[in-house]
Design a protein around this ligand. Structure first.
Ligand code: ZN
Length: 371
């Protein structure tokens, strides 16, 4: 699949809206249960290949070394500047890691994103640019070729037949889109799009777009996942750029910024879902103040929590030669009910809600009357 980079603005807005709605549905559906206040947003950074598997070969460099260097830079940048993001590597040194283990690492960590970093190579030395994949059925021979090259890694694994339903020796064997990844497709595409957009701000990089292919490593994960090809080692100029500090910095920043933007968008959606939930749980009565009367007495007690079983805020009101004590103060009737429940739980068994309008006590029934 290919998402055109030049859409007209209207289509873009609609597409964006559609995405937000979809993401919203996923949030509500609880797909993000794992990413809560108690768990940091977790990103798995997967440097492709490693050890006995060199990956693509350039004139001077191996894919496994270039992508490890970039992966470590991405991880370091996230760790240094984004303390609200946890980073997990599938490898942080030159070792061979089987494809199914990479996915397992991410799944076990209940990661929120999986980002696999690779570099391309083809026979033609003129091909250049970046492309970012999400899982899917390859629609054309070029995408199939990339998938085949990345998937062939499993031939180096022992017992690969046991771990995958895919036979690398059979060209008709394809990796389907799992239901899980189908659920995450829009989010994966969003991250892929952000990544490619960031790459394309560099003069040296040309975005070849977002693509879909049956990549085993993406097939293994249970979270939004992308595989990004950061350029062609078979192109001399691009290889030099990918080897350079400047090139690696640019690619690192592109990936990091995409992750951070993605998370930021997600946080905003989550906040609005929370807000709407909170709104449903309130019943604001304009112009009315509810309080919970917890006790009366002839003594003027200090309105400190220790005098009222820890409750606060407390107000004292003198009526005649008695004092009334109120707990809580709100225009939200539902909040007032929660105050009452809390007061009763603390031992004020007869606590009840009272309502005031313009400082004058009115009945709760009157206060709740629709005007
Ligand atoms: Zn690769």
């Amino acid at each position: 699949m290919r998402v055109k980079s030049q859409q007209n603005p209207k289509t873009n807005v609609l597409f964006r809206l559609f995405q937000l709605i979809l993401i919203g549905i996923f949030v509500i559906a609880g797909s993000y249960q794992s990413y809560g206040q108690d768990k940091l947003f977790t990103v798995v950074i997967d440097a492709g290949h490693g050890g006995k598997d060199s990956g693509a070969l350039g004139k001077k460099s191996k894919e496994k070394d270039i992508v490890l260097s970039v992966a470590l830079k991405v991880g370091q940048e996230l760790k240094d500047k984004h303390k609200d993001i946890k980073v997990i590597y599938t490898r942080d040194k030159d070792v061979f890691v089987e494809l199914h283990k990479r996915g397992a690492i991410a799944n076990k960590a209940h990661a929120d994103l999986f980002v696999s970093i690779h570099a391309n190579s083809v026979k033609s030395s003129s091909a250049h640019g970046t492309e970012t994949f999400v899982l899917g059925v390859h629609r054309n021979a070029t995408n199939l070729a990339v998938a085949k090259k990345e998937n062939d890694v499993i031939l180096l694994e022992e017992n690969y037949e046991k771990h995958y339903d895919y036979n690398p020796k059979d060209p008709t064997s394809i990796i389907g889109l799992t239901l899980m990844q189908e659920d995450f497709l829009d989010q994966s595409i969003r991250l892929a799009k952000l990544t490619e957009k960031n790459y394309s701000t560099s003069k040296q990089l040309r975005s070849r777009g977002i693509k879909q292919a049956g990549l085993i490593v993406l097939h293994q994960t249970y979270m939004p996942s992308i595989l990004t090809e950061i350029g062609f080692l078979s192109n001399r100029k691009e290889e030099a750029y990918l080897r350079s500090d400047k090139g690696q910095q640019k690619i690192t920043k592109s990936i990091v910024d995409a992750i951070v933007t993605y998370k930021h968008e997600l946080d905003q959606i989550k906040a609005s879902v929370e807000y709407n939930k909170a709104k449903d749980e309130s019943e604001i009565i304009a112009g009315v103040v509810f309080k919970v009367q917890i006790s009366t007495g002839s003594k003027a007690l200090a309105t400190k929590p220790y005098n009222f079983k820890g409750l606060q805020p407390i107000e004292r009101q003198k009526t005649g030669n008695h004092y009334k004590y109120y707990y809580g103060k709100t225009s939200d009737y539902k909040a007032a009910k929660r105050f009452k429940t809390r007061a009763r739980a603390k031992g004020y068994k007869d606590a009840f809600i009272v309502a005031f309008k313009n400082g004058k006590k009115i009945s709760v029934r009157e206060a709740l009357k629709k005007t």
